[in-house]
Design a protein around this ligand. Structure first.
Ligand SMILES: [Zn+2]
Length: 285
């Protein structure tokens, strides 16, 4: 069965990242067609700053010498020898200052989408500080920087994956969706609230989500998740939330989706079609 991993993390140590081809050979044989690869970058900041916006469970993947994704991204692309398999998303969670110049600097690396982790204040679940505090600036500058990138995304048809907890930041999510009606936005993990996510999906046609990180929850309550996914079958995607070198777990997630009693058309949309639509490529799949 063809599938797309719409949520795969990149960035980290070269020795971990290179030499993982066997994982991808196997996943491709299972039907993996594309990965949306979320790439961590430095924006000229020191490692001591950057590491503070990495969730605590992911910090071991980062090392001062290898923190910027861009050179590694090219090496991995060379290794896999397949241009359209990797769809890189530029992570701008800590972009700052002259946003437009940073975008001009990074976009030539071939980014086809944008990714952020929205942290306007300390996040005690992820144990991540707000870039506003790290960079000793105001919350309003942080919000301005974030929205300038969203504006760029809208103007250049680059979809956005925005990690945001709807329990805490539902109003911001609503604001982004209405301020940028032509920006396709995925709030992953069903926004950590199916109910609030449903309100956004009902109201905004540019709103999407994914089921990454939720496989244990789905297994405990498959019927209600299947009903939900079928109801919003045009907007919900499959994703692993794995790190590049840990993607062998993806097979297990795929098996779990295959085991759900979704109708075949709906399963195909979840695993493949919606991700292409989100990217603006549904006619080329
Ligand atoms: Zn993630």
């Amino acid at each position: 069965m063809e599938f797309i991993d719409a949520h795969l993390h990149f960035g980290g140590r070269e020795d971990e990242i290179l030499g993982c081809q066997d994982i991808y050979v196997k996943l491709k044989a299972l039907g993996l067609r594309k990965v949306y690869l979320l790439c961590f970058t430095t924006y000229g900041l020191d490692f001591s700053h950057i590491i503070r916006v990495a969730p605590y469970h992911a910090r071991s993947h980062y090392h001062p010498d290898f923190v910027d994704s861009n050179p590694l991204l090219q090496k991995v692309r060379d290794e896999l020898e397949s241009e359209d398999f990797i769809v890189p998303f530029l992570d701008f969670r800590i972009i700052h200052g002259d946003v437009e110049s940073w975008l001009e600097h990074y976009m030539p690396f071939g980014y086809q989408g944008l990714k952020t982790l929205f942290i306007p204040e300390y996040d005690d679940f992820l144990q991540v500080e707000s870039p506003a505090d790290i960079l000793k600036t105001t919350k309003s500058s942080y919000l301005d920087w974030q929205q300038r990138v969203m504006d760029y995304g809208q103007q250049n048809s680059l979809p956005l994956i925005c990690h945001l907890n709807l329990h805490n930041h539902f109003e911001y999510a609503t604001e982004f969706l209405s301020n940028f009606p032509h920006l396709q936005i995925n709030f992953p993990h069903l926004g950590f609230s199916r109910k609030k996510m449903g309100q956004l999906l009902d109201k905004f046609s540019n709103c999407y989500s994914d089921i990454s990180g939720l496989y244990d929850h789905i297994e405990k309550d498959p019927k209600s998740y299947c009903d939900y996914i079928e109801h919003y079958q045009e907007r919900v995607m499959f994703g692993s939330d794995c790190a590049w070198n840990e993607a062998k777990r993806t097979e297990g997630y795929l098996r779990r989706v295959e085991g759900l009693s979704l109708n075949p058309g709906c399963r195909r949309k979840l695993l493949h079609d919606v991700a292409l639509k989100f990217l603006g490529k549904e006619n080329q799949g």
